[in-house]
Design a binder for this molecule. Structure first.
Ligand code: HXC
Length: 513
């Protein structure tokens, strides 16, 4: 008994007090402190506390630490089981050894059998250099398990320190990444290698900090100002997710009346079609208590994605954002939203799509970088999804973008439009320029051409820039008063809760990656 207490005490000290102090001085918590903050109090069951590495090369046998640099086990968050690993930077920089990988794989295997989410807290110098290929094999074993778990259990990666080299690929294979501002970084090759190979001088933060990954690469889905905030984000995120792909998401308690009407919505769309507005105002207005957990908030801001509840029903939101790039679909917005739609579909989370999109972003940059292949991802994701899909066209649904955004023909279950909806092949100005190309050529000056376009555009607008033409063909199930949107969505979600749909049997699709 005495020995057990002493050994546990030793294990809890990780790499020792000095290194714990150094960790704290960097504004970081230790691996165990992070677990304590994340899990419900007293719920953590630790595995493999007494594991040590088996390496003798480079005198490493003289450096033995119980737990070998990673803390693993399971516990609960809001009473629901999660499996967790947390890398301990105080032990050999949290580097991944063979035994360390075995510990992680053990809990990954069990999380799959139990059907509970997996959370990985990363804070590591990467592969344990002294172990060579055994460490690399450890990474590959983890990757394989990440892949098998994908779409079966939710996988969340927290990056609370360095995450370098091939180590970035385990988080990249998981569903959500949460980084902490200023104290975390992720890169495949660090600043030193970059300098040697390309001559470029760049800091850790600029190359792979949370700010870069949340705005430029889109690698991270959430950024916490500090570790505490990052941990709260993980707990919040899990509240929207089921334990696994065979379960429904939890139904939360809702004190917001389902039939709450918001008169402001009737006038939220500006009179002039070219004036933007913030689609998030609409999301906040219709969601339970105005709460919205936005995903990838600062990346591809022309599309907004995230989680809400409607009368307690966990729901994914995809919404074009007229406030940014006029809500155009571009490569990044397509990839961002396609991935989100696929996540929701994999985990039985219904999708509500709010549409105001003038089309795909034109330009050689988009074409050169493959807007064709990338735009196809979003079409594919919507068309493949079998969860309940509710669409509300708020204003513009032009051209290919009409088809993409959860249209009736991509198996949209309930498709509504506001009276302000404009559903057409293209906007009035572009349409007149194509239809009256010959007549416009005969006009001698710009002023005359502009007048001609304006005159004929009004006829076009009358015909197509409204929802009635689409409703006439049944492509829109109903035209609804904006103020009733919350109630109509909730009723549709409740009706669709028993929806069953499927795709033909196949090994897997050939999604245009
Ligand atoms: C063994 C390591 C280590 C590693 C750090 N340490 N990284 N030990 N293997 N990969 C040890 C250090 O020797 C040191 O030991 C302690 O951890 C803390 O490291 P410091 O350098 O003092 O800390 P800091 O200044 O904060 O810098 C952290 C760091 C740096 C940026 C992560 O340590 C670093 O650059 N490490 C190497 C990163 C790297 O190139 N890894 C391999 C990537 S390739 P003491 O005893 O002094 O406390 C890779 C391939 C994976 O991972 C492939 C998968 C497909």
């Amino acid at each position: 008994m005495k020995r057990l207490i002493a050994e546990r005490e030793k294990a809890r000290l990780g790499g020792g007090e000095k290194r714990i102090e150094a960790q704290h001085n960097k504004g970081k918590f230790t691996a165990r402190e992070r677990i304590d903050m994340l899990l419900d109090e007293g719920s953590f069951e630790e595995y493999d506390m007494f594991v040590t590495h088996r390496t003798t090369d480079f005198d490493l046998d003289k450096e033995q630490y119980l737990s070998d640099g990673v803390i693993t086990g399971h516990g609960t968050i809001d009473g629901r089981t999660v499996y967790i690993f947390s890398q301990d930077f105080t032990v050999l920089g949290g580097s991944l050894s063979e035994t360390n990988a075995l510990k992680i794989c053990k809990i990954m295997d069990q999380s799959m059998k139990v059907g509970a989410p997996l959370i990985g807290i990363n804070d590591s110098g990467g592969a344990r250099i002294q172990e060579g290929v055994r460490s690399l094999a450890g990474y590959a074993s983890i990757f394989q398990r990440n892949i098998m778990a994908s779409g079966v259990i939710p996988q969340i990666s927290a990056i609370f320190g360095p995450c370098a080299g091939g180590a970035v690929y385990s988080p990249a294979l998981t569903d959500f990444i949460v980084m902490t501002d200023k104290t975390s970084c992720m890169f495949v090759t660090g600043p030193k290698v970059v300098k040697t190979v390309t001559g470029e001088t760049i800091s850790d933060e600029d190359l792979g900090g949370a700010s870069m990954h949340s705005t430029k690469s889109g690698v991270t889905h959430f950024v916490g100002a500090d570790e505490k905030e990052s941990i709260l984000l993980i707990r919040k995120l899990l509240s929207y997710l089921p334990q696994n792909n065979l379960e429904e998401p939890p139904l939360s308690v809702c004190d917001d009346p389902p039939d709450r009407i918001d008169e402001n919505l009737n006038t939220i769309i500006p009179e002039k079609p070219s004036i933007p507005y913030d689609v998030k105002d609409i999301i906040h207005s219709i969601a339970d208590n105005g709460e919205f957990l936005e995903v990838q908030r600062q990346y591809a801001r022309n599309i907004v994605i995230g989680f809400v509840t409607f009368n307690g029903i966990s729901t994914g939101i995809v919404a074009n954002q007229p406030n940014y790039l006029a809500g155009c679909l571009d490569i990044n917005a397509s990839r961002k939203s396609a991935r989100f739609v696929r996540f929701c579909d994999a985990f039985n989370i219904p999708i509500v799509t709010l549409v105001d999109v003038p089309g795909f972003l034109p330009g050689s940059a988009q074409e050169f970088d493959g807007i064709i292949t990338n735009g196809a991802k979003l079409i594919f994701a919507y068309g493949e999804a079998t969860v309940p899909k509710i669409t509300v066209i708020l204003r513009k649904a032009y051209g290919g973008a009409y088809c993409v955004m959860s249209s009736k023909q991509l198996r949209g279950d309930v498709n509504y439009a506001w009276p302000t909806a404009e559903i057409a092949v293209m906007g009035p100005k572009g349409a007149i320029e194509v239809l009256y190309n010959r007549e416009l050529k005969t006009l001698s000056n710009e002023e005359e051409r502009a007048r001609f376009v304006a005159e004929n555009a009004s006829e076009y607008r009358e015909k197509f820039s409204n929802p009635y033409e689409a409703a006439k063909y049944g492509y829109i199930d109903d035209i609804i008063e904006p103020r009733n949107t919350r109630f109509r969505i909730i009723r549709a979600l409740q009706t669709l809760s028993t929806k069953k749909d499927s795709n033909p049997p196949k090994k897997h699709s050939t999604l245009p990656l």
